[in-house]
Design a protein around this ligand. Structure first.
Ligand code: C5P
Length: 236
């Protein structure tokens, strides 16, 4: 491998490669990002989990989801840890919150706090700190546009709303959780709307992102496309 990686977004002169994967909820970002990180043996940033944990911590501290100042303060002091390797657990202080933050309600609450500019600023350095050798797969909405604007490869994964709702539905059923397809569809549409219309870091592909519509693709197909992009770029 040659040392000609594009500079990452942190500091100058650093050569740590970043694979930024953005896109709407349910497009397969989480699955693809985790698998890519495993195959590449790179670090993994689940930025959505940070917003989900902040919303949870806010409710534990009885902070209104629109109280920007208090939430930004809280964001700066949260004690968050992630499992490593294949371990998907997420901890808030000494509590395992992995299941608590994955509900549809937690997603909606996350999207509300994520629309607050001071909250986004408060979480920025925490996200950049994930950038460590040998590389980082960063999963979110603004990885390629704001957090790692110089990422080595930027991918925007998308899929039709119907397909994303179907996938969520199957995930819930597999977990033994009841859900109505029409409710999921409405939730996803509402979250897309909020995420793409907000003033700060709206959900949109970076100008230099490769857009992949995963509606008709298998996980393995998407993963291969993404890994191909990385090997093309890092062997230049
Ligand atoms: O990706 P995930 O569904 O876990 O994200 C939850 C919510 O957090 C998103 O709907 C979005 O509003 C917000 N988010 C964000 N920026 C990111 C990651 C997530 O605004 N980089």
């Amino acid at each position: 491998m040659k040392e000609t990686y594009h500079k990452s977004g942190i500091g100058s002169g650093t050569t740590i490669p970043v694979l930024a994967i953005d896109g709407p909820g349910g497009a397969g970002k989480g699955t693809i990002s985790r698998l890519a990180a495993q195959r590449l043996a790179w670090h993994y940033l689940d930025s959505g989990a940070l917003y989900r944990i902040l919303a949870l911590a806010g409710s534990i501290h009885h902070i209104d989801l629109n109280d920007e100042t208090e939430l930004a303060k809280l964001a700066g002091s949260l004690d968050i840890s992630f499992g490593i390797g294949g371990d998907e657990s997420v901890w808030l202080a000494n509590q395992d919150v992995s299941d608590l933050i994955r509900t549809e309600q937690a997603g909606a609450a996350a999207s509300t706090v994520a629309s607050l500019p001071m909250v986004r600023t408060a979480l920025l350095q925490r996200q950049k700190a994930f950038l460590q050798a040998p590389g980082l797969v960063a999963d979110g909405r603004d990885m390629g546009t704001v957090v790692f604007p110089d990422a080595t490869v930027k991918v925007f994964l998308t899929a039709s709303v119907e397909e994303r709702a179907q996938r969520r539905y199957k995930q819930l059923i597999a977990k033994g959780i009841d859900g109505k397809l029409c409710d999921l569809l409405a939730d996803i549409q509402a979250r897309d709307d909020r995420d793409s219309k907000r003033a700060v870091a709206p959900l949109r592909p970076a100008v230099d992102a490769v857009i992949i519509d995963t509606s008709q693709m298998s996980i393995e197909e998407v993963l291969l496309s993404v890994l191909n992009l990385i090997s093309l770029r890092t062997s230049q």
